[in-house]
Design a protein around this ligand. Structure first.
Ligand code: HEC
Length: 149
């Protein structure tokens, strides 16, 4: 006897298969959302200073040269893990390290890849440092890798 797939069998495979993958998709979406909200993000540590830092980051378009968590431009180093690279743990250390780094940038040197000099207020340096520390603490499953340090 010849094996024939009837129209209703084909329809069942189509609907059954679609439903199966839709359920997997919905499940994975819910899982990702839960992971982001409860596991990877330090909601309690999202202080006003961190928020200010993010505004400074956006206002000065640091992302035009740098990546953060892999997003951005590849001209300059990744910054989501710069505090780890520098061995910085506290807000005060971060503030000192970042301010010293940013203020030691030369201006007007030709032929060398360099970072522009930004003149920020104390509060803005503090905010940027806190923002970079906060970002460093996101559990991104070791992404991006920190091989530079
Ligand atoms: C025009 C491009 C450009 C912009 C815009 C820029 N940077 Fe940079 N940045 C660089 C370059 C190039 C380096 C690497 C310089 C070097 O190693 O001498 C660097 C290095 C750094 C480092 C040290 C990284 C490390 O691994 O040691 C930090 C921190 C940093 N930038 C922060 C910032 C912040 C914060 C902003 C925004 C306020 C910013 N950068 C905007 C080009 C830029």
């Amino acid at each position: 006897m010849r094996e024939v797939m009837t129209k209703s069998m084909a329809r069942n495979i189509f609907y059954g298969g679609s439903l199966f993958f839709i359920l997997i998709f919905v499940g994975l979406t819910a899982h990702s959302h839960r992971y982001i909200v409860t596991q990877s993000t330090d909601v309690a540590g999202l202080t006003e200073s961190v928020k200010l830092g993010k505004h400074v980051w956006e206002k000065h378009a640091c992302i035009n040269c740098h990546t953060i968590l892999g997003e951005g431009a590849y001209f300059a180093p990744e910054l989501a893990n710069v505090m780890t690279r520098w061995g910085v743990e506290t807000s005060d250390e971060g503030y000192d390290a970042l301010k010293n780094w940013m203020q030691s940038m030369p201006t007007g040197i030709e032929g060398r890849r360099q970072m522009p000099r930004f003149d920020l207020t104390e509060e803005e340096y503090r905010g940027l440092a806190d923002f970079l520390l906060w970002t460093d603490a996101i559990r991104a499953q070791d992404w991006p890798p920190n091989d530079a340090g």
